[in-house]
Write a protein that binds this ligand. Structure first.
Ligand SMILES: [Zn+2]
Ligand SMILES: [Zn+2]
Length: 63
């Protein structure tokens, strides 16, 4: 059974939680991502997310 996600009506991104969707629409929707992973195509509007991504996915400690 596929769990229904909370989709952003504006950009089509899916979120697991309504609060994530709200935060996305308030903070990030329609804005180009500010932080890019140099290894894969991950992008984020939040430095903290990229930092966590680098750490979890690539075992790289940023900064
Ligand atoms: Zn959106
Ligand atoms: Zn990456």
């Amino acid at each position: 059974m596929t769990s229904v996600k909370y989709a952003c009506q504006l950009c089509g991104r899916n979120f697991s939680w309504p609060s994530s969707l709200r935060l996305h629409q308030k903070m990030a929707c329609g804005k180009p991502p500010n932080f890019y992973c140099t290894i894969c195509d991950y992008k984020s509007n939040f430095k903290g997310n990229l930092k966590r991504h680098m750490c979890c996915k690539h075992n790289i400690d940023l900064y």
